[in-house]
Design a protein around this ligand. Sequence first.
Ligand SMILES: *Cc1c(COP(=O)(O)O)cnc(C)c1O
Length: 457
Amino acid sequence: MDKPILYYSTNKKSPSLPFDQALLKGQAPDKGLYMPGAIPVIPNSTLVKMKDMEYHEIATIVTGCFLKGVIEEEELAAMTRDAYNYDVPLEHVYDRKYVMRLDRGPTASFKDFAGRMMGRWMNHYLNKLNRKLLILTATSGDTGSAIANAFYGFDNIKAVVLFPVKEVTARQRKQMTTLGKNIRIAGLETKFDDCQALVKQAFSDPDLDYLNLSSANSINIGRLIPQTVYYFYAYAQLCNKPGDEKIIFSVPSGNFGDMMGGMLAMKMGLPVEKFVIATNENDEFPTLLQTEKYNKIVPSKNCISSAMNVGHPSNLARLVDLYGGKMDETGKIDKLPDMNAMRKDIFSVSVSDNETGNTIKSAWEKHKLLLEPHGAVGWRGLELFLEKNHEYNTKDKLCVSLETAHPAKFPEKIRELLGFDPELPPSLKGLEEKEENFDKLDNQYSNFKEFLIENYR
Ligand SMILES: *Cc1c(COP(=O)(O)O)cnc(C)c1O
């Protein structure tokens, strides 16, 4: 097999590691994020061939470039086939403008794309090493169900998800509590932040070392790499002249994992003209791009696109690194990235809640395009970019905006704005009848610790 790519830490104080080790570590010991030491390039001839490929085949090629020397191609092909057993619709809106729906996975958000691949990779390497992991995570809604689903049924991984009983919708809760097997869900009569604090305390408790705790959160390199694939897929499906034509993507963003996947795809040779990075009212990034000053938003603002309520994007250090700068885990910039180069590739804009609601209405009225709040932020970002940049605002310019969740996950908002209930996707149907099962915990660390020791000796 080929020599493996080594992954370095953005803080530059930990040793570089091959993919399998970086995957199982999650965060680097120096608290930096792992980045590929060399970015593989996909030639035009391969882009041309992708036109006739299924999503999982493209996933094998694209992720395979990053895993050279640490996985057999046939094993990887079997994993991608298993992970990507659902549709990735590219909905035509007008001219050559499209919405890519990343919401047809088992938990109806784009987090399924990364979670399902990372789960399979982790299980594969744990199997080889004869090791086991206990994943601990706290959720305010979407992440918990995506993680629980991604790890469901594996032999070497168990998962515990803590959620605030009063802060998640019944539908979100049922997506987690109806699974069973190796997945345990605990509800707390408290806030999300308290759930998060309990999880963090467990990670730093030496008494629990024997449990092999891991967080599987969005900074894991194993979640980043699968998010490069759908950019290749959209391009291959939609472009007329692979290699010659450039595409514009709009990405609704919170922790910037999704957009980092796109940036990597561009660095791998995907012909991207521009990334529109649309945030909600948490506008720390558009402000950084404009003013070259970075100020975290603490606490983050509560917007209707709740999965993007982030005041300091956890993947921002990776973007800064990609443009030659250095940012530590607290958000301190030690070296400013090449801001001109960044502005050439990225247009970033903040979209208010009011505009988000108006966009859900106008997209439906004008185009019969059904969006939920996250996708609406992305679509509005694209509209604003095209309004402000006439040279790109032409009939022929190929643009794809990402829809990151299914509208049926936000029935109250859609009903309020459009006056009807969105139809449930197959993955969310039948949830009502399934039996729920979850533990109840209080906000005491000692009780949480006992719960872990009791259940996972
Ligand atoms: C997590 C999430 C986002 C934000 O993605 P990032 O990678 O954190 O930028 C957007 N939309 C939905 C529905 C999400 O669940």
